[in-house]
Design a protein around this ligand. Structure first.
Ligand SMILES: Cc1ncc(COP(=O)(O)O)c(C=O)c1O
Length: 457
């Protein structure tokens, strides 16, 4: 098919995710036909920097020879088999790898096939855990403003982003919503973009909200779910580890489970393999997906404390079984991709070996402060974000209706990078294959894209 035919059929029949299709009636999206390392290539041969790691999935880059080989080898052995009543060495090998990366205790692995399903499993496990233990009434969850955990209804019920989640209010189950630690716009004016809580004199006033919620309602709460260190879809909001340490103490004190959703933060994104490692906190449950297969295939894990799992163990007729699962649970080809990705990450000593690239990237983001059209900035690991404003000095933002972020996105494609903004927040979520030289080019093209739009306004 040529480009014209592809776009015609696409526009006539396909419904794209998170997309107002009318935006594309008089605008053609790039038709991507190939990927290699940090680059995507369109049908016309244009080469784009994949600066958002294909929705935060790509780790060591596109079409990596090691992952390719792992998948090809697997294709000759086993495509799929149901995972209830059968097992296979591919899931077992992956489990061994993953458990070796987890802190002691987090060792019982439940497979599913995307971030939302991993979250659904975590919520249902927490809910049933208390039932299995004979503790009544703990049926609600605590969620954070600005949180995103996926798009299935359970995940939506624990989300907190206006404009995404509130459309489905009537469908959502009961959750207590609390203030999130939004350091880049700290209501108490304590934080700075360095996110060093000790040096900014932060005394965590924002923690009072969750403290009150749990103190007053713990008998009704099964679990708290949080994106550790980084609320990703919530405009890449970064907060310090001390918040998570306090949260761990609080949840332990009031017998509430703690779920870390590491779907975005896992696999090196925040500068350590998992955010929980950087925070020195072990949750009761962790969810992972996205980077697990290096960005190749849909696979997800919900990893639980063994002690939690034990409450599901018993004779079948006791009704303690977790009756939940998906057709493609632990698909062997997905497992093979994940095994190859983790082996390659270990061989390349990721993310530690990228320390200097991370430092350089963050220094380049700090450089953006010199421009008046840059509002707040934040970063962690190879993730960074800047808000685009009319004027920082006069505190003028663009009206949402102007869709400045979307205009910058379209402009960025002309400059061969992918700045798929969150509102007027431009962000980078870089795969590890990026070099310092790439970062220079990306930052230069980012500035060019922003300037082109701002000067038009
Ligand atoms: C923290 C977090 N949890 C869950 C999800 C949902 O993952 P998926 O899109 O694979 O369902 C996302 C997706 O962006 C996410 O960032």
């Amino acid at each position: 098919m040529n480009k014209k035919e592809i776009l015609e059929i696409d526009k006539k029949y396909i419904w794209h995710p998170f997309t107002q299709q009318s935006d594309y009636e008089d605008y053609d999206p790039p038709v991507i036909v190939r990927g290699k390392n940090q680059f995507l290539y369109d049908v016309n041969g244009h080469k784009y920097y994949d600066t958002i790691a294909s929705w935060w999935t790509s780790t060591i880059g596109h079409c990596n020879s090691k992952i390719n080989k792992g998948i090809i080898k697997q294709l000759k052995l086993l495509d799929h088999v149901n995972f209830s009543g059968f097992t296979h060495p591919y899931a077992v090998e992956l489990t061994r790898e993953v458990v070796s990366l987890m802190p002691p205790g987090l060792s019982r692995v439940f497979f599913s096939d995307n971030g939302s399903t991993a979250v659904e499993a975590a919520l249902k496990i927490s809910f049933q855990y208390y039932k299995n233990k004979g503790i009544q009434g703990k049926t609600a969850f605590v969620k954070f403003k600005n949180a995103y955990h996926g798009d299935t209804i359970g995940a939506v019920s624990v989300g907190g982003i206006e404009g995404i989640h509130d459309v489905f209010n009537e469908l959502q189950f009961k959750s207590y919503i609390t203030e999130a630690p939004v350091c880049y716009q700290c209501r108490y004016r304590k934080s700075s973009y360095t996110f060093d809580a000790e040096n900014t004199g932060c005394s965590f006033e924002c923690f009072a909200s969750i403290e009150k919620t749990i103190q007053e309602n713990h008998e009704k709460i099964a679990a708290v779910i949080i994106e550790p260190l980084l609320q990703a879809a919530g405009k890449m909001s970064v907060y310090p580890k001390e918040y998570l340490q306090k949260l761990r103490c609080l949840t332990e004190k009031f017998n509430v489970l703690l779920i870390f959703d590491e779907v975005a933060t896992g696999f090196g994104r925040v500068g350590t393999f998992f955010a929980m490692e950087r925070a020195c906190v072990t949750p009761d449950i962790i969810t992972v997906s996205k980077g697990l297969t290096g960005g190749y295939l849909p696979l997800a894990l919900t990893v639980c404390q063994e002690s939690l799992y034990q409450s599901f163990h018993g004779m079948y007729n006791e009704g303690k079984t977790f009756l939940h699962g998906h057709s493609y649970t632990a698909n062997p080809i997905c497992c093979a991709a994940a095994i190859a990705n983790l082996k390659e990450m270990r061989r390349l000593q990721l993310p530690q070996s990228k320390c200097s690239t991370i430092d350089y990237f963050q220094m380049k983001i700090r450089d953006f402060q010199q421009y008046d059209f840059i509002g707040d900035i934040r970063y962690i690991g190879l993730v960074g974000a800047v808000d685009i404003v009319k004027s920082r000095k006069s505190r003028h933002k663009f009206d949402d209706k102007e869709r400045t972020g979307f205009k910058i996105y379209k402009e960025s494609l002309k400059n061969n990078i992918v700045l798929r903004s969150l509102g007027d927040t431009v962000y980078w979520f870089l795969p590890f294959s990026m070099s310092i030289k790439d970062i220079d080019i990306i930052m230069e093209r980012t500035l060019k894209s922003i300037r082109a739009v701002i000067s038009d306004e």
